[in-house]
Ligand binder design. Structure first.
Ligand SMILES: C[S@@+](CC[C@H](N)C(=O)[O-])C[C@H]1O[C@@H](n2cnc3c(N)ncnc32)[C@H](O)[C@@H]1O
Length: 259
């Protein structure tokens, strides 16, 4: 019998051969075990016996399951933000602080649910580039599979998601290789949030952004290093960043540094 593992891949209960092949290939790439699911076997049962969490391949969806809940990629608020931008609105805080424009190359060091990366991919457009890094394998797996299936349309580039640690990846890059380097680290004090964010919180990397990583980002950025933070947290201040002027009605603040 297999010993219990932290994370594994499986499929829907009655998978077609092509789906099993997709799941097998993904498991190989992610270096995770593929645990076959018996017909009608509930994920809840498999979570008792085989793994703490599963990435489940279904015909239309790839989702992450643990004992407390489930999560699959959805463009969510990013879809609304993209619609607003497409209708000519330019009041998105990320866009404003990063001074994002068509053709930019953006390095998003904290992919998470992929929302900011999706907004950036529309603003930089088909001639631009968005590379997005995620340290948590479980989140990377589900969000990168969701982004692969996302319909970007002709006005957008695709998000290139990578399973990587931001500090290590930045160190490997030549100086001045991206216009914008962006961080949206986990907030210091968790506030109550939607179920997708609760799942994000359980699987995310929580280590705070360090001065050393920020220094690497300054070396790599050509225009701005942008950091999203929380009003109630000291995280931005600790990194020597001043909050940019913004709305009084949001708990989010933004800091930026030139190279
Ligand atoms: C608050 S979320 C980002 C949300 C994202 N901006 C969005 O729009 O959905 C932070 C994410 O960054 C990831 N992360 C934290 N530290 C990281 C690091 N050093 N390298 C790569 N990813 C990291 C976490 O695992 C988490 O998924």
């Amino acid at each position: 019998m297999l010993s219990r593992v932290p994370l594994a891949v499986t499929t829907s209960g009655k998978p077609e051969e092509a789906l099993v092949a997709r799941a097998r290939e993904a498991a190989r790439q992610w270096n995770l075990p593929l645990i076959p699911r018996r017909k009608k076997e509930a994920i809840a049962r498999m979570l008792e016996s085989a793994a703490d969490a599963f990435i489940v391949f279904e015909r239309e969806d790839v989702s992450l399951w643990d004992k407390e809940g489930t999560f699959s990629f959805t463009p969510g608020m990013a879809h609304l933000r993209r619609l607003r931008i497409q209708s000519g609105e330019r009041d998105d805080a990320f866009l404003r602080v990063a001074e994002l424009r068509a053709g930019d190359h953006v390095l998003d060091c904290t992919l998470g649910l992929g929302q900011d990366a999706l907004v950036a991919s529309l603003v930089v457009g088909p001639r631009g580039r968005v590379v997005a890094l995620e340290k948590s394998l479980a989140l990377y797996a589900v969000v990168s599979e969701g982004l692969k299936a996302y319909d970007y349309g002709p006005d957008s580039c695709c998000v290139e998601a990578l399973h990587a640690d931001a500090h290590e990846y930045l160190r490997s890059l030549p100086s001045g290789s991206f216009d914008i380097v962006f961080f949206d680290p986990m907030f210091e004090k968790p506030k109550k949030s939607q179920p997708a964010f609760e799942m994000l919180r359980r699987f995310a990397e929580h280590a705070p952004l360090t001065a050393e990583t920020l220094e690497q980002a300054r070396r790599v950025a050509r225009r701005w290093v942008v950091v999203k933070g929380a009003k109630y947290s000291e995280d931005l201040k600790k990194l020597g960043l001043e909050a940019e002027p913004g709305s009084h009605y949001t708990s989010v603040i933004w800091g930026r540094m030139s190279p």
